[in-house]
Design a protein around this ligand. Structure first.
Ligand code: NAD
Ligand code: TYD
Length: 340
């Protein structure tokens, strides 16, 4: 099987490619990524010499480029993924998340191949009590979530209208190695290590459901092989946490692991103006994945946080190159061309 993974130089995509090449050494994996600010080929530097892995730098909106790539299935991660950026400018979100997904759906239709569309729990919007299931209405609130809901519905329509073999996954917040340090968990760890203020939006009582990235990759692998055409699958961590509790836990973990006292670390917490339209609580019911495939999160939150803090402590050079911007030079050094 030859799999086209889009957005493979990003956080989840790079973890997924590593998972697939390890689990299926006989598969071929093509990583199509535009290398936007969020794409970092260093995430995959250990795979460069593997003969059945290939990187193609390009845009999912480039239909000519897609025509020229051979594959049997698509796993589609590429996206503009950060809510705060979508508030500042939604243009790249509509372009990549909506139009880009449409281009992939069209090529999948032409090739009659399976496509896994990686969507998000944010398409359901906020919920006060209980949790969303796969048939719940989509009520996205941020431009990011609205662009993902749009692509999610277009994917669904290609199944209903054209009989396309597309499967949709809606996952909760991921965390783990290689996450870009603009997202809550890596940002808190990197700021704590550098003794910088840790911004907490609003009252810090917003709730997210957190899933270790390795558990997500395993779920997408299962859906790729066993998901029903036209099916939607919630992939949740059964692990709801208030932001402020996560921030405190991370700061105390960094303090312990660096042999420091907790007080000065906790003193870094800085409450800042809330994000506009900030969803209060995300919660999804992941029981369909459990019922149909026996999938469930295997990494407990304490274990996942320990592993994640260890990873960021051990890979300081990786995230410092991102913060300084030096990571943009990696592609040029490896491929002799500029990333932008
Ligand atoms: P990310 O921002 O870390 O990576 C996105 C990748 O897509 C980058 O490598 C970027 O260069 C690439 N990309 C962007 N525009 C492109 C384009 N036009 N053509 C080709 N490549 C392009 O994102 P992530 O956190 O790894 O998320 C991956 C997917 O999972 C996204 O679709 C996101 O919506 C979804 N998701 C993420 C989370 C999460 O917590 N991170 C949760 C649920 C769903
Ligand atoms: P984020 O990692 O951006 O994911 P999402 O908004 O897609 O859920 O943020 C997770 C939560 O943390 C969200 O409620 C916003 C909050 N947050 C902060 O309080 N401070 C920060 O600096 C960031 C980046 C997020």
């Amino acid at each position: 099987m030859k799999i086209l993974v889009t957005g493979g130089a990003g956080f989840i995509g790079s973890n997924f490619i590593r998972h697939m090449l390890k689990s299926y050494p006989e598969y071929e994996v093509i990583n199509l990524d535009l290398l936007t600010y969020a794409g970092n080929l260093e995430n995959l530097s250990d795979l460069e010499d593997i003969p059945n892995y290939r990187f193609v730098k390009g845009d999912i909106c480039d239909r000519g480029l897609l025509e020229g790539i051979g594959f049997d299935a698509i796993v589609h991660f590429a996206a503009e993924s950060h809510v705060d950026r979508s508030i500042l400018d939604s243009t790249p979100f509509l372009r990549t998340n909506v139009i880009g997904t449409q281009c992939l759906l069209d090529i999948a239709r032409k090739r009659r191949c399976r496509m896994v569309h990686v969507s998000t729990d944010e398409v359901y919007g906020s919920i006060e009590k209980g949790s969303f299931h796969e048939e719940s209405p989509l009520m996205p609130n941020s431009p990011y979530a609205a662009s993902k809901a749009s692509s999610d519905l277009i994917a669904r329509s290609y199944h209903e209208t054209h009989g396309l073999d597309v499967v949709i996954t809606r996952c909760s917040n991921n965390y783990g190695p290689y996450q870009f340090p603009e997202k809550l968990i890596p940002l808190v760890i990197a700021n704590a290590i550098r003794n910088k203020p840790v911004p907490v939006y609003g009252d810090g009582l917003n709730v997210r459901d957190w899933l270790f990235v390795g558990d997500h990759c395993r779920a997408v692998d299962i859906v790729l092989h066993k998901g029903r055409a036209g099916g939607v699958y919630n992939i949740g961590g059964k692990n709801e946490q208030k932001n402020i509790d996560i921030v405190r836990k991370l700061l105390m973990t960094v303090a312990r692991k660096t042999g420091s006292s907790e007080g000065p670390f906790l003193g870094l917490i800085t409450f800042v103006k809330d994000r506009p339209g900030h969803d209060r609580r995300y919660a999804i019911d992941p029981s369909k994945m459990e019922r149909e495939f026996g999938w469930g999160p295997a990494t407990g939150f304490d274990e996942g946080i320990e592993a994640t803090v260890d990873w960021y402590l051990a890979h300081r050079a990786w995230w410092e190159r991102i913060i300084s911007g030096a990571y943009r030079e990696y592609y040029q050094l490896q491929y002799g061309k500029k990333a932008d």
